[in-house]
Ligand binder design. Structure first.
Ligand code: NDP
Ligand code: OXD
Length: 307
């Protein structure tokens, strides 16, 4: 029974130390050719290796990320569990990034950066936090972590999920019927949805039109959820006031892409949150212990839903 770490060696060293300490009976390899394929029981990886079917005794594929759309789940053997990364480090970084993005939009940061470049000293109107309604697409692990951080600012908070949910202090909407009323009362929209057939292309012209005039977008889900032309049109027409974009399709964007130089768009290179090896190793070790005890791993992906 062997654990295969299929990612960068620097993070692998942190994992190897934690495994040696906490699971000394489970051999840990970074070079899979050192072992017979039948010995591999667990793999941690960003995408499914092309030859995954060689590992006939594989039981769990651990995703190094919180998202799992990069796995072609239909190609994974049906008896193998796919487990996404649920760890504190990812949640903390996402809290920081979304707070940064919301405050930047709330306090017109991009406009002041543009004004500074033109040596313009001019104050812009600002709403009170109680008048700035935040709406989050998704109400999962990361959205709930973000809500905890945003609450103390006093923004009215709402969220939209697939199934019905209740969270203290948050107006909860769900399902396709809940989307339009949710959007109608959202001034800063945050996308924290997984990429699935249903969410692909969701951030498009129709969705932007359903937001109040002057609304803004923070996109930290997945690139393929966003229609770039529709966003640029909505911002250039003045219906949207701006956007902070961390994920795009493709990544990286080509140098001529309009997002790079748009005066109302802040673009970052998919860095909102990065798996932290120390906390991620603890999460994976806990899950192996749960699996050994016959319990369901935390973050087990429901392949029929795609997340
Ligand atoms: P979770 O699986 O915990 O939560 C997903 C949420 O989305 C759930 O509330 C779910 O609803 C909702 N949802 C899914 N499909 C739909 C739908 N069709 N309609 C309405 N709601 C839907 O995911 P996480 O919070 O852990 O992560 C979310 C995503 O964030 C990841 O999949 C990844 O794409 C992205 N991410 C981006 C990073 C970055 O650096 N930019 C870093 C990490 C993650 P329900 O509650 O009903 O199931
Ligand atoms: C993730 C990511 O899914 O970094 O963890 O995007």
């Amino acid at each position: 029974m062997v654990f295969w770490f299929n990612s960068d060696r620097e993070r692998g060293r942190v994992f190897a130390e934690a495994f040696a300490r906490e699971l000394p009976d489970l051999p840990f390899v970074m070079d899979v050719s050192e072992r017979h394929p039948d010995e591999i029981r667990y793999v941690l990886t960003w995408t499914a290796p092309a030859d995954l079917h060689r590992f006939r005794n594989l039981e769990i594929v651990f995703s190094i990320g919180a998202g799992v759309d990069q796995f072609k789940t239909e190609t994974l053997p049906s008896n193998v569990m796919l487990v996404r990364m649920v760890e504190d480090g990812i949640a903390r970084m996402m809290q920081e990034y979304v707070t940064l993005a919301v405050l930047a939009l709330h306090r017109n940061l991009k406009a002041y950066i543009v004004q500074q470049a033109a040596a313009t000293w001019r104050s812009l109107p600002v709403r009170q936090a109680a008048q700035q309604r935040i709406g989050i697409l998704g109400l999962g692990m990361l959205a709930q972590a973000v809500i905890d951080r945003l609450k103390p600012f006093g923004f009215p908070l709402a969220a939209w999920s697939r199934s019905e949910r209740r969270v203290d202090g948050v107006d909860c909407y769900h399902g396709s019927d809940g989307l339009t009323p949710f959007l109608a009362q959202t001034d800063i929209l945050i996308c924290l949805l997984p990429l699935t057939r249903e969410t692909q292309g969701l951030l498009g012209g129709a969705l932007f039109a359903a937001l109040p005039a002057g609304a803004a977008l923070v996109h930290v889900g997945r690139g393929a959820q966003l229609d770039h032309d529709a966003l640029i049109a909505a911002v250039d027409e003045g219906h949207l006031s701006g956007a902070v974009i961390d994920v795009t399709e493709p990544e990286p964007l080509p140098p001529e892409h309009a997002f790079w130089r748009h005066p109302k768009i802040i673009l970052t290179p998919h860095i909102a949150s990065v798996t932290q090896p120390e906390t991620a190793a603890t999460a994976v070790i806990d899950n192996i212990q749960r699996h050994r005890a016959g319990l369901k791993p935390i973050g087990l992906v429901d392949r029929s839903r795609g997340y």
